[in-house]
Ligand binder design. Structure first.
Ligand code: MG
Length: 382
């Protein structure tokens, strides 16, 4: 029996992870759960899974009397505190945002295995996190949950000591794949929230529409698998069946395929290096019929260009790209800026004199700095 902590238990990944836990009651025991603001849902989960601890990151609320068996953590340090104090074998980090960085460090410190579904951690803190982590083998303490990185992780198992030549990240292209740049300029929030293949939270759905999601994944892949920017390629694959690929020196390309269902990469990470019987649908290629691939339009999806730029620029650039994008996405969602302004905002902040980063506090400061700059730019231009 393995013990598992889920940070972000009420979100899309957390909910799917709990469905897996429900299907493997003899293998996984939940020891702690967290949510940001949805206290009612968290109370319900605590009643069902009876964890040792639970956390609400938005702040303190009154907890029902029947849930006093559980230790409660509140506020912005709740995740790292709970991770430090409550023993568990694995921690699924499926919260959105920078709060995950300190929780991930706490997990490393207390020898827990991290199942990482949070992008900010590696994008902003990859330089600090990766030297402390191993992603392969029995001693692996960081397993990616993102479907693309899970795919690459699986394709790299076939490397047998050889170097890889190229990592190929697939991207659905989002809802605006076939739009012209002009048409993209006038899309609404509702249009952007319609993802063709994956069902996810609103931040990541907008990130898929702008392809900033892929931009963050390029940076994540560079850190996770020690790849240079020029070794990472993005190809548009609207069916989302090929989850990513690795090309070796002999031009052999290994790919991982499956139906677009996050339960597969979550389960892969949970049970790695074992593979357990899936609870999702099996892939039927004859039913899928056609798989297509196309080159991404870097002109239309400037996010990709900015990702390669940030990787080259190093230092605070990846962290700044992430922070400015997050501010811009929420500004777009509340109707303050247009869709294309998301790109302008990120580019504007990336082009400024960036703060220096070498420590966790410096990264957190750079993140706050970039957010403030993005807010200011949005305010001045709307
Ligand atoms: Mg992904």
């Amino acid at each position: 029996m393995k013990t598992l902590s889920i940070l972000g238990a009420t979100g899309s990944i957390g909910t799917q992870a709990l469905t897996i836990v429900d299907n493997f009651p003899d293998d996984i025991k939940i020891v702690s759960l967290s949510a940001h603001a949805n206290s009612e849902k968290l109370f319900e989960l605590v009643r069902k899974y009876r964890p040792k601890a639970a956390a609400l990151t938005q702040g303190e609320v009154e907890t029902p009397e029947d849930l006093s068996f559980c230790s409660w953590y509140f506020g912005k340090d709740a995740l790292s505190q709970m991770t430090k104090e409550i023993p568990s074998d694995d921690v699924l980090v499926s919260v959105v945002g920078m709060s995950a960085l300190e929780a991930v460090l706490a997990a490393i410190e207390t020898n827990k295995r991290i199942l990482l579904a949070n992008k900010e951690t590696l994008v902003a803190g990859g330089n600090i996190i990766m030297p402390l982590c191993q992603v392969f083998g029995e001693k692996a303490n960081l397993i990616p949950v993102d479907s693309e990185h899970s795919a690459i992780h699986q394709c790299l198992l076939g490397k047998n000591g050889n170097a890889f030549k190229k990592l190929v990240l697939t991207a659905s292209g989002g809802p605006f794949r076939t739009y012209t740049k002009e048409r993209m300029a006038s899309v609404s929030v509702k249009d952007a929230l319609k993802h063709p293949t994956w069902s996810m939270g609103s931040k990541i759905t907008i990130d898929s529409a702008t392809m900033f999601n892929k931009a963050l994944e390029i940076i994540e892949a560079a850190y996770l698998f020690s790849a240079k920017g020029e070794q990472i390629e993005v190809v548009i694959h609207p069916q989302s069946i090929v989850h990513s690929m690795v090309e070796y020196d002999d031009n052999s390309v290994l790919a991982q395929l499956g139906v677009p269902d996050m339960k597969t990469p979550i389960m892969y990470a949970m049970f790695y290096p074992k593979r357990r019987m899936s609870i999702s649908e099996s892939l039927n290629l004859a039913n899928v019929g056609t798989l297509t691939f196309e080159k991404p339009d870097f002109n239309k999806f400037k996010a990709l260009k900015l990702a390669y730029y940030a990787l080259k620029a190093k230092g605070a650039a990846p962290c700044v790209l992430n922070a400015a994008n997050e501010v811009a996405v929420y500004a777009f969602l509340r109707g303050a800026i247009s869709f294309m302004s998301i790109f302008d905002t990120v580019e504007h902040v990336l082009n400024m004199d960036l703060p220096k980063v070498g420590t966790v506090p410096e990264i957190l400061n750079a993140d706050l700095w970039a957010r403030a700059q993005a807010e200011q730019y949005i305010h001045q231009n709307s």
